[in-house]
Structure formats: structure tokens, C-alpha cells
Ligand binder design. Sequence first.
Ligand code: GRG
Length: 297
Amino acid sequence: MRVDFQSWISAHQVRFEDALSGLLPRAEVVPQRLHEAMRYAVLDGGKRVRPLLAFATGELAGADEARVDVAAAAVELIHAYSLVHDDMPCMDDDVLRRGKPTCHVQYDEATALLVGDSLQALAFQLLAEHRLCEDAVRQLEMIKLLAVASGSRGMAGGQAIDLASVGKALTLPELEFMHIHKTGALIRAAILLGAHCGSRLGSVQMEKLDHFGKLIGLAFQVVDDVLDCEADTATLGKTAGKDADNDKPTYVSLLGIQGAREMAHRLHREAQVALTEFGDEAQRLRELANFIVLRKF
Ligand code: GRG
């Protein structure tokens, strides 16, 4: 029997928190301060949207849950590293993340830099040292997939464009390009990595999932832009209104709140269409897409 969506989310979040805790170095191990700060940055916070997407596609592909935990942890470590570095004074210079002081505020800047570096390295260590699927060549492709999604042709590249676009008026295609890389690449990687842990899906179905990931990754960012204007700091767990304060081009600055909302709903509808051929099997992905577009934090 299928459990309801909220119970499914809660069960995965609880189990995943344990898995993450076991995969991170223990805080008592030397260098203790760095390990404590890595755990601070990763554990006890965040919606875990990317891991949840990986669990949903893992289920679709008939994957072993323990394998998906490792793939999802690798993605979440990259995500956590990006948040730690993004919050530093040389980038967004923020003091609040996931309802807690940011890593460089709680520790110091040098430690935060090393936390990000170490989380990134650990992500790839996990993908290399755990068996994720039966085919070794496919596992190598999974490692490459996350590397490309995180690097200069993915998230870090999108961040570089973001930093260079402060104070500029971007066109809609330019903004899309930036966010497909900065935010979308990792969301897409989570979706594909979860699916690669199983063996049930063929290349056409993987392409459909990739297309779904592209659309829902972009929708995630459009909603993030809206929430940055509309939600308060306590609800978001991070400083609200930062985009306008920093004079950053966003979907809201380009389309207005209503236009941005309409765009999110259009992307949502297109993402649902990409799942058509999966039928009921893709129900969790549909529910996650609804959650991403309707979320309030
Ligand atoms: C520093 C290489 C480097 C990249 C940074 C992802 C990113 C690029 C910066 C984070 C800041 C930001 C607002 C990015 C847009 C993506 C986004 C909305 C991140 C927040 O993701 P959530 O809402 O966060 O999933 P939680 O805390 O729930 O995990």
C-alpha cells in the first residue's frame, strides 16, 4: 500500500539524516574543529529536496534504497558546500542559513572555506568507494555526471554568471541560462543519479526524467525568487529580500511577482507532461513537483 506523501517525506528524511550522519566524519576525529563544522553545515537542516528527488527516481528505477542514500548524500554534500561558500563574505555575505548562523559566522572564514572543499571531496569519495549499481562503467558515468553538474559547466559556472550579473539587466534567456546552471544542474543530477542506481529504466525514459529535471529545476528557482520577495526571514531560515538588496536580476525583477508565479506554473505543467509515460509509477515525482512549486519556504 502506498503511504501518503507527507509520511513518505518524513520517513525518508529521518532515515537519510541517519545515513548522512554515518557517512560524515565523526566530530571526535582529528581535525575535530573541521569535522564538527562539516557536520554543522550538513546535518539538522534543509528541506532535502534533492535527496527526495533521488529517492523518487530510485523507486521508479527499482533501486536498492541503501545505494540511493549514498548517491543522494553525494548530491546533498555538494549542495551544502555550495551554501557554505555562497554565504561567505566574498560571495553573498550572509549570516543566517537553515535557521542557524552561517558556517563562517559560527566558526570562521578559513574553516568555512575548508568545510566547502572537504564536503565536495567527500561527495566524490562516496561515489567512488560505495557500489551504486552493477555496472562499473555506469558508476563512472555517475561520478562524471555529478562532476559536470557541480563544476564550471554546471553549478559553479552558474554562480560565476550570477556574480557577474549583479546590477545588470539580463534578458529572460540569459537569466534562464544562469539558473539552469546554478540551481538546475544539481537538481537534474539528483534525479538522474537516483535513477542510475536502479536498472529498470531505458535511455528514452532517462531522457524524459532529465527533461523533467530541467523544468522542475528552473521552477524551483523561479519560486525561490518569489519567496525571496514575499516570505519572511523566520519562515525561510535565511535572510529574505537579499536579491533586491544586492541588485540581482531575478524572475521577479524581470517579470514581476505575478509573471514569475505564472512562469512557475507553466514550468510545473510542462514538467508534469514530461512524466506522462510513467503513469502512476511517477506519482512521487509529481507530488515532489507540486511541493517544489507550492512550497512556502
Ligand atoms: C559557491 C560554487 C558555489 C555555488 C553556489 C547553489 C548556489 C551556488 C548558491 C546558493 C544560494 C542560492 C540562493 C542558490 C539558488 C539555489 C537555491 C535556491 C538554494 C537553496 O536550496 P534549498 O531551498 O535549501 O533546497 P535547503 O536549505 O532547503 O537545502
